[in-house]
Design a protein around this ligand. Structure first.
Ligand SMILES: Cc1ncc(COP(=O)(O)O)c(C=O)c1O
Length: 337
């Protein structure tokens, strides 16, 4: 048995990450500034995307992206229940109606067919989740959205480095990434909205910093104007240069980090293959590259003599940490706003 507890996830921090942060701390400018601009630029370059706007979390990014769409109370947004609760929280806070599309049990992702089943005249947006590192079947979902003039926002919290038919997730369309410490790269906390829609990207940029037309560092820099108008009521969701430095050095290693995740995933596949009652989620049939964000084990409770929670406890007794991704939101949500 392991002598020390193995946490479910630990960030992969190296000396470059540490040196970069120290450099920012010594630089005299630690909040949103040149490092953040460089991180956004590097992110666009990596994905081949047009616009990137960094924020304090993916939740903040999803919040503001939804706000740019001009939706009205009662408008319906299709998303899976098999997701992190933040999306549903936001929909409820904004007075929108979450409509759950079924997932395919094999991949745990929504399908074009399951989305079609819940489309109504009130559907205004679809938020599919690229789950655990595999991409959703984007082409037919994009077609549904285009036909009905519905906005597609990809929840790419798990999807940095994943590819759909050759293209990195986020290259086209609008996608929201997370840099929470368990994600493929981290900034401590953080997120990025990536879009090929200039209007969405610009509004998110304005909304993330009080509704000001410019970031603080642009005002305080030598050539900046100190007086800037608030052009719409906004939030305080800006990523700092300390975090963005981490983002830059982590992003430089994203392919290497994902390759290592892939190796570990293959090792688990091999070692778990003969154990009855345990299986893992399936890879989608269309061409794709996985980012290996989560390794998901599915327990066949009918064949095991213990429950899921007992299984988790037994692993803990053996010093192995796990996470449950996810309890479906419709089963855990108690708030009725
Ligand atoms: C599918 C999914 N969407 C959104 C989020 C929210 O990301 P953040 O913690 O950066 O707000 C998460 C976080 O775990 C997630 O797993």
């Amino acid at each position: 048995m392991r002598s020390e507890f193995l946490p479910f996830s630990q960030p992969a921090i190296n000396q470059d990450d540490i040196d970069g942060v120290v450099e920012v701390l010594k630089s005299g400018w630690i909040t949103t500034g040149p490092k953040t601009a460089a991180f956004e630029e590097a992110f666009c370059k990596y994905l081949g995307a047009e616009y990137s706007v960094s924020l304090t979390s993916a939740t903040a990014g999803m919040h503001l992206t939804l706000m740019t769409l001009g939706l009205n109370p009662g408008d319906e947004v299709i998303t899976p229940s098999m997701t992190w609760g933040s999306t549903i929280n936001l929909l409820m806070i904004l007075g929108l109606k979450p409509v759950f599309a079924d997932i395919d049990r094999r991949t745990l992702m929504v399908t074009p067919e399951s989305i079609k089943k819940v489309l109504t005249d009130k559907t205004r947006a679809i938020i599919p989740v690229h789950f655990a590192g595999a991409p959703v079947d984007l082409d037919p979902i994009r077609e549904i959205a285009a036909q009905r003039d519905i906005v597609l926002i990809e929840d790419a919290a798990h999807g940095l480095g994943a590819r759909y038919k050759g293209d990195l997730i986020g290259k086209t369309g609008t996608a929201v990434f997370s840099f929470h410490p368990i994600k493929n790269i981290t900034t401590g906390e953080g997120g990025m909205v990536v879009s090929d829609n200039q209007d969405i990207a610009e509004k998110v940029r304005i909304l993330k910093f009080h509704g000001l037309a410019k970031d603080a560092w642009q005002r305080y820099s030598r050539d900046g104007k100190s007086q800037v108008e608030i052009i719409m009521p906004g939030f305080k969701y800006n990523l700092t240069d300390i975090q963005s430095s981490l983002g830059l050095t982590q992003l430089a290693r994203v392919e290497e980090l994902n390759d290592r995740r892939g190796e570990l995933s293959a090792l688990y596949d091999r070692l778990l293959s003969d154990i009855s009652g345990i299986s893992h989620i399936e890879s989608p049939a269309y061409p794709h590259k996985n980012s290996y964000h989560l390794y998901i084990v599915i327990l066949d409770i009918d064949r095991l003599t213990i429950t899921r929670d007992q299984f988790v406890d037994r692993l803990k007794e053996k010093n192995i940490g796990t996470g449950i991704h996810f309890r479906p939101v419709h089963k855990i949500g108690r708030a009725h706003v």
